[in-house]
Design a protein around this ligand. Structure first.
Ligand code: CP
Length: 313
C-alpha cells in the first residue's frame, strides 16, 4: 500500500480485516518495522479517537510520532496555482507539503469539509495537495468526503460480532443541531457495499448522500421499515448533500431508541450527542458497540501503517 486516501486503496477487504484482527491479538509483533522512521500527524480539525488511536498504532509499530495542530498553529495555506498571495494566506501547499516530507517518512492528515463550497470540498484541496507535493505516503485521518480509517474499524467490529453469512446492516440518519459533514456516512456506505451484507440506508427526504457513492445501496425513507430484522444499525447525522451543507430537517423522531433498535447491535463512530442522536438506554446497553469501534481504530490504523511501512522497506 502506497497511500491510504480512501476505501479504494484496499486491495482485499477480507484479507485486510483478518490481518487487522491478527494484529489485535499480537499488537507489538511488528515493532521493528517502524524503527528509525517517523510519522507526522497533521490536524486541521479537532479529534480524540483519531489522534490517540493513530498515535498508539504508530507506537505499536515502533514509529516516532510528531503531532501538529495545523489548523490552529500552522500558517494559513494557499492552494491556488498562480495566486498573488497578498491576502490572508501565508504559505503555499507546494512548500508546506515538501517541507513536511523533510521531517518524516509518513504524513497523516485530518481536514474536514468546509460545507460551504461543494466543489472545493470534493476536490479535497488539503489531502490531494499534500499527496501531489509530498514525496512520502499520505494517510487520510478524515477528509472532506471520507473517513476510511473509521470505516475500516467499523468493518473489523462487524467481522468480530457477526454471526450470519449475510447480515442486514442499516445506516440511519439521526437529528443533530449542527450541520455535519458526509465523510463518515460516505466511507461506511462504500465499505458496506464491498461486504457481503444486505445494506440499507434510511434518512428523511432531502438527506440523500452523493448518489455516486451510494450506487448499489437500497434507500428506504421509512426508518421503521428499514430497521426491520436489522443485525447492525449504524447511526450518524449528516447535512444535506443536494442543498449542500444545510440542515433541512431536525425531526426528533429519527433519534435511535431501544425500542426501534430491537435486537440489533448499535454502532456510531463517536463523538455522539446523547438523547439527541441516540437515547441513553441504547448507549448504556450491551447492544452498543461504540467502545469496541473506538478500540478498533488502533488496529485499523495499525494495519494500514504496517502495509505502508512494508512497502517502504
Ligand atoms: N470517530 C472519530 O474520528 O473520532 P474523533 O473525531 O474524536 O477523532
Amino acid at each position: 500500500m502506497k497511500h491510504y486516501i480512501s476505501i479504494q486503496d484496499i486491495d482485499s477487504l477480507p484479507n485486510l480485516v483478518k490481518e487487522a484482527r491478527d494484529l489485535k491479538a499480537n499488537a507489538k509483533a511488528y515493532k521493528h518495522l517502524g524503527e528509525d522512521k517517523t510519522i507526522c500527524l497533521l490536524f486541521f480539525n479537532n479529534s480524540l479517537r483519531t489522534r490517540l488511536s493513530t498515535q498508539k498504532a504508530a507506537m505499536n509499530l515502533g514509529l516516532e510520532v510528531m503531532v501538529m495542530n495545523f489548523g490552529s498553529e500552522g500558517w494559513a495555506l494557499e492552494y491556488g496555482d498562480g495566486t498573488v498571495m497578498d491576502q490572508g494566506t501565508s504559505e503555499h501547499i507546494k512548500e508546506a507539503a515538501q517541507v513536511v516530507s523533510q521531517f518524516c517518512d509518513i504524513v497523516a492528515i485530518r481536514a474536514f469539509a468546509s460545507l460551504n463550497d461543494k466543489e472545493n470540498d470534493e476536490a479535497e484541496l488539503v489531502l490531494n495537495g499534500f499527496k501531489k507535493y509530498t514525496t512520502i505516503p499520505v494517510v487520510n485521518m478524515e477528509s472532506s468526503v471520507g473517513h476510511p480509517l473509521q470505516a475500516l474499524a467499523d468493518a473489523i467490529t462487524i467481522a468480530e460480532q457477526n454471526t450470519k453469512p449475510k447480515p442486514k446492516v442499516v445506516l440511519s440518519w439521526a437529528p443533530h443541531p449542527k450541520a455535519l459533514p458526509h465523510a463518515v456516512a460516505n466511507s461506511f456506505a462504500e465499505m458496506m457495499l464491498k461486504q457481503d451484507a444486505e445494506f440499507v440506508i434510511t434518512h428523511p427526504v432531502g438527506y440523500e448522500l452523493n448518489p455516486k457513492i451510494t450506487k448499489g445501496a437500497k434507500i428506504e425513507y421509512d426508518q421503521n421499515k428499514a430497521l426491520k430484522d436489522a443485525d447492525f444499525v449504524y447511526v450518524k447525522n449528516w447535512s444535506s448533500y443536494n442543498d449542500y451543507g444545510k440542515v433541512v430537517n431536525q425531526d426528533k423522531n429519527w433519534m435511535m431508541t431501544k425500542e426501534k433498535l430491537g435486537t440489533a447491535k448499535f454502532m456510531h463512530c463517536l463523538p455522539v450527542r446523547r438523547n439527541v442522536v441516540v437515547e441513553d438506554a441504547v448507549l448504556d446497553s450491551d447492544q452498543s458497540l461504540v467502545i469496541e469501534q473506538a478500540n478498533n481504530r488502533t488496529y485499523s490504523a495499525q494495519i494500514v501503517l504496517k502495509k505502508i511501512l512494508e512497502n517502504l522497506h
